[in-house]
Design a protein around this ligand. Structure first.
Ligand code: HEM
Ligand code: HEM
Length: 191
């Protein structure tokens, strides 16, 4: 299968656009890295934990910016419809998971930034620039509550990623209706 075929699939609405693929895989990688960083920070000695969380926060804001770019891309480029042989419950489940992903991709970083602001902390963007706290005043207990929700949202995210991967595997190997190749620039996507 050549690149020309992939371009044809995209034009015919079977495969995602190249930009959508780049955003999808870059954000997916960063989300997994950020989850592992948060887990590592929870179990690390204090000095290491501070460094891990500094990276966690910066990567989290980067994910937020990339997600906003991804949504602009999504609204300005055609999105392939789900394969027509999916059962109704599969379509509803797949779309629901995708929508919850977008909510978490925006809500987790915003919540993290908000909670940080209640203890007046900045986010250092890899030494390039500094994101200031929102001017909200100190409120440690509200900050803690938001962080609890943030950690819960992060856990839910991880379970849903598992479900999303299972779905992709099912559509690739059992239904053979394109599956993972709809999000890749190669492989067979039946029309
Ligand atoms: C999409 C982006 C993000 C994801 C997927 C994510 C995920 C997570 C997860 C899974 C945890 C829980 C670790 C655990 O308790 O086992 C966590 C904790 C934390 N996150 Fe994030 N996060 C993101 C963005 C951010 C941002 C932007 C900030 C701050 C600006 C932030 C600050 C924190 C802090 C401080 C904790 C520790 C909370 C606590 O337990 O007290 N996160 N994050
Ligand atoms: C780890 C974090 C991940 C996130 C946040 C994520 C998020 C998303 C979102 C939001 C969509 C919907 C695209 C749209 O229509 O706007 C999507 C589609 C898709 N994802 Fe992921 N994804 C992740 C990981 C993965 C992995 C590991 C795989 C492969 C095993 C995968 C395979 C796919 C496929 C094949 C589609 C296209 C679904 C279709 O046929 O329409 N994703 N993903």
């Amino acid at each position: 299968m050549t690149m020309t075929d992939a371009a044809t699939d995209t034009a015919q609405g079977r495969r995602y656009s190249t930009g959508a693929m780049v955003f999808h895989w870059l954000i997916a990688l960063l989300v997994i890295v950020n989850w592992r960083l948060a887990e590592a920070a929870e179990h690390a000695a204090r000095a290491d934990a501070i460094q891990y969380f500094a990276n966690h926060k910066a990567i989290g804001i980067l994910i937020l910016l990339l997600t906003l770019g991804r949504l602009v891309w999504r609204w300005t480029h055609p999105v392939p419809p789900l394969p027509s042989d999916l059962a109704r419950w599969e379509k509803v489940l797949a779309r629901s998971v995708h929508i919850i992903f977008y909510v978490l991709l925006i809500g987790l970083p915003l919540g993290g930034w908000l909670a940080n602001s209640f203890s007046d902390r900045t986010v250092e963007m890899f030494g390039l620039f500094t994101i200031p706290p929102l001017p909200l005043g100190a409120n440690e207990s509200l900050g803690d509550t938001i962080f609890d929700a943030h950690a819960l949202g992060g856990q839910i995210f991880v379970y849903l990623i598992g479900l999303h991967i299972l779905g992709a595997l099912k559509h690739t190997f059992f239904d053979r209706n394109g599956g993972i190749f709809r999000m890749l620039p190669f492989g067979k996507v039946p029309g």
